[in-house]
Write a protein that binds this ligand. Structure first.
Ligand code: ADP
Ligand code: MG
Length: 245
């Protein structure tokens, strides 16, 4: 278990609020994520996990507060300029393109040289074991394979911060536990910063260095899994994740 170095956070969220019209979804939220840390945002449906992730990614304009990534204020930066890679619950692959094209598309648009693209795709394909699938279309892949490709698309961008929004919830139980292990190994190998949204307690307990338990747009507790399990700060956290009393 790593100790979080919060002196130089990889991602720093400061007094972030987000309202949809009159509804406050995130309330003056603060969160520092250390370099290389695996943070899980855990909470019931509707508590604001995806909204928070989308704010970090720059897909939503925040109502108040500031977001820093690697020390840089990115609050008003475009998503593509934030140095993050995002993996969604639905795979969001281009159906008409091969896996290889799906992986290379964003890089071509960004003007990355051909040889560099080939190198990054080869590396991602090796890490995710999708080498035999590169010439297939997404329709010829299983759910687990599609999600590997979706992870690959974040991987080839060569960014330091990965954001995952419930990447396993569309998969059956067996695939879910397999990919959970793979994501853990991926993090060990890459040592990058991960912010991972789930409502699944087992995913949170097995993947996280620290878990942020959310409810109603507020982080209720931010601690290592064992600490949360053994010493939940309130009844909600205890009920959601704590040891049976
Ligand atoms: P979670 O990912 O934890 O399930 P969300 O972040 O998707 O939760 O949603 C948090 C709250 O914000 C929910 O009450 C949801 O209904 C509301 N919400 C999400 N997106 C919008 C939107 N575009 N407009 C209005 N309300 C929204
Ligand atoms: Mg969500």
């Amino acid at each position: 278990m790593m100790e979080a170095d919060i002196a130089n956070p990889s991602v720093s969220i400061q007094d972030l609020s987000l309202n949809f019209g009159a509804v406050s979804v995130l309330q003056t939220l603060n969160l520092d994520v250390a370099e290389g840390e695996f943070i899980v945002l855990l909470g019931p449906s509707g508590c604001g996990k995806s909204t928070l992730l989308n704010c970090i990614a720059g897909l939503l304009d925040i109502s108040d507060g500031r977001i820093f990534i690697k020390g840089k204020n990115v609050t008003w930066e475009e998503p593509k300029d934030r140095g993050i890679g995002m993996v969604f619950q639905s795979y969001a692959l281009y159906p008409q393109m091969t896996v290889e094209r799906n992986l290379s598309f964003g890089l071509r648009v960004a003007g990355v040289p051909k040889e560099e693209i080939a190198k990054r795709i080869a590396r991602a394909a090796e890490i995710l074991q999708i080498e035999p699938l590169l010439q297939r279309k997404p329709s010829a892949l299983s759910g687990g394979q599609r999600q590997r490709v979706a992870i690959g698309r974040a991987l080839v961008r060569d960014v330091d911060v990965f954001l995952f929004d419930e990447p396993l919830s569309n998969l059956d139980a067996k695939l879910r536990s397999e990919l959970r292990v793979e994501i853990k190994l991926l993090h060990r190998r890459l040592q990058n910063t991960m912010i991972y949204v789930t409502h699944d307690q087992i995913e949170a307990m097995t993947l996280a260095d620290r878990i942020a338990v959310m409810r109603g747009g507020v982080i209720q507790q931010l601690d290592a899994p064992q600490t949360i399990y053994n010493r939940p700060v309130n009844r909600f956290v205890a009920g959601f994740l704590g040891s049976p009393a």
